[in-house]
Design a protein around this ligand. Structure first.
Ligand code: BES
Ligand code: MN
Ligand code: ZN
Length: 504
């Protein structure tokens, strides 16, 4: 895990040092603390705003060195735009962008005076701001042998302390408690995705998941012997080329009251490295395939977040952990395997492995837990990036209500989804001449035929959604709240889905 900047909440009048962050709305209309500092510095802030053309627009800021007689070293005036109409995502992004302004030129501590030009900010919004700032503060430094200097005066400057000053610090601190759980879950997922595949294979990943026991999650690790007994042959076929044995991990969080009741099942693709197998991928960019377990990482991060915030829900996470390697033991194109459900699969391309892993995990999850809904996440196809780029994950569902809930959760959290179609005509694309289905669907609509394949393993009547996160969970584009290669995509989204629709 990375060092998190120590976060605290304090009153507007509590003492501060280091960097001060104050706000202005569009105009610029300076907030109270900004006006106060402006007065104390003889109009330095308004002068700097004027000279630089700062109008208080969202995403803009001015940075001044504090003059003699002021307790701060720097003062940053940050534009909010029009906070009256801010959503949860806007507060998150504001926190992220403020943390971004501090990054690189950080002092050891920063004091943020969070208020609008008119009003105090609601505790829930302060918590969102703080979550955004902390999410942005993550970076994966595990393999940097030079450790950062903690004094903030030289070398790699690191922000040790972030104090958010607000009208009601106690209420803000309370509102942030679940957000701390979400932050920890997202960062756990990011850590897993960023870890190289020599360090994190199926067994090592399973061991990380096992650690959730400490948070009150029941964790079972199924080894290859168990998977054979369970006839999870599609999953095993993918892993058989690797010297590192496959695993499936089952995680149960029982937080609903009463304890019984059908769970929500979350299923993740955990290919710890995807070479393509015998249908070998080209060398260029293959290193990125260390992130092909991002779906599984999200499931682990989510389960951790649910447990840490004691979510009133029964949730089960199932992840399929395999390494897809070419070798004398690897599966071949043309092989036929019988999945756990009994469906036979003709393997036309060993690089279309994720769907085979998920086929058995999806069936297992439904068979054992009779869930009231199933959501799976997978870095399943390159084609989803052709369709949607990197701003939306692909959403496929057999249930309009579940799809709408997910889309709404995506808008709230900024982890956006775009729905793509399913249908009988697309299902025809995976008909096989020799088996029930084949694992590729031809040239066009590759993300859709992959989703049709998964749907063959969903029981009639089970609400199900598949999220193709190939473009959003790994090699992520920069955003206000994320600068990490592994973004942790899906943890906040599914936490929100559960909070809004499955908790009681
Ligand atoms: N893990 C890949 C998909 C992927 C590609 C994720 C790029 C992230 C970035 C998946 O296993 C795969 O190889 N899919 C193939 C399917 C094809 C062989 C039908 C693909 O997308 O090319
Ligand atoms: Mn592949
Ligand atoms: Zn893959």
């Amino acid at each position: 895990m990375t060092d998190q900047t120590a976060l605290s909440f304090a009153s507007m009048t509590a003492a501060g040092d280091g960097v001060a962050v104050v706000f202005a709305e569009e105009g610029p209309k300076l907030a109270f603390q900004a006006q106060d500092l402006d007065k104390k510095t003889g109009g330095l802030l308004s002068k700097a705003a004027k000279i630089t053309g700062f109008k208080g627009k969202k995403g803009s800021s001015v940075d001044v060195l504090a003059p003699q007689g002021v307790k701060f070293s720097r003062i940053v005036l940050v534009g909010m735009g029009k906070p009256a109409s801010f959503s949860h995502e806007d507060w998150l992004n504001l926190g992220g962008s403020v943390r971004g302004v501090l990054t690189g030129r950080e002092g050891a501590s920063a004091h943020v005076y969070l208020e609008t030009a008119k009003d105090a900010v609601a505790p829930a919004d302060i918590a969102s701001f703080a979550l955004g700032a902390q999410l942005r503060g993550y970076s994966f430094k595990k393999y940097k042998s030079k450790k950062p200097q903690k004094d903030g005066n030289d070398g790699d400057k690191t922000l040790n302390k972030l104090v958010v000053h607000c009208a009601d610090p106690r209420a803000a601190g309370k509102a942030f408690i679940p957000d701390q759980a979400i932050l920890d879950g997202v960062n756990l997922a990011r850590d897993l995705v960023n870890e190289p595949a020599n360090v994190l294979g199926p067994a090592e990943f399973a061991a990380k998941a096992k650690q959730l026991t400490k948070s009150g999650v029941q964790v079972e690790v199924l080894n290859e012997a168990a998977l054979k007994r369970l006839r999870m042959n599609a999953l095993l076929a993918v892993g058989q080329g690797s010297d590192r044995p496959s695993h499936v991990v089952v995680m149960q969080w029982k937080g609903a009251s009463p304890k019984g009741g059908a769970p929500v099942a979350i299923v993740g693709k955990g290919v710890t490295f995807d070479t393509g197998g015998i249908s070998l991928k080209p060398a260029g960019g293959m290193e990125e395939m260390k992130g092909d377990m991002a779906g599984a990482a999200c499931v682990v991060g989510l389960m951790q977040a649910l447990a840490e915030r004691k979510a009133k829900v029964n949730a089960v996470g199932v992840i399929g952990l395999v390494e897809n390697m070419p070798s004398g033991k690897a599966q071949r194109p043309g092989d036929v395997v019988t999945a756990k459900s009994g469906t036979t699969i003709e393997v036309l391309n060993t690089d279309a492995e994720g769907r085979m892993v998920l086929a058995d995990c999806l069936w297992y999850a439904q068979d054992r837990f009779k869930p009231k809904a199933v959501v799976n996440l997978a870095t399943l196809t390159g084609a989803v990036m052709v369709a949607l780029g990197k701003e939306h994950a692909g959403l496929f569902s057999n249930n309009d209500e579940l799809a709408d809930w997910l889309i709404a959760a995506g808008k709230e959290t900024g982890e956006k989804l775009w729905r793509l179609p399913l249908g009988p005509k697309y299902d025809k694309m995976i008909e096989s001449k020799v088996a029930d289905i084949k694992n590729t669907g031809g040239k066009w609509g590759g993300s859709i035929s992959a989703a049709q394949f998964l749907q063959r393993f969903i029981k009639e009547g089970t609400p199900w959604a598949h999220l193709d996160v190939a473009g959003t969970a790994m090699a992520a584009v920069d955003s206000d709240v994320n600068r990490s290669w592994g973004s942790g995509f899906g943890v906040r989204l599914l936490d929100r889905l559960i909070k809004d629709h499955y908790e009681r």
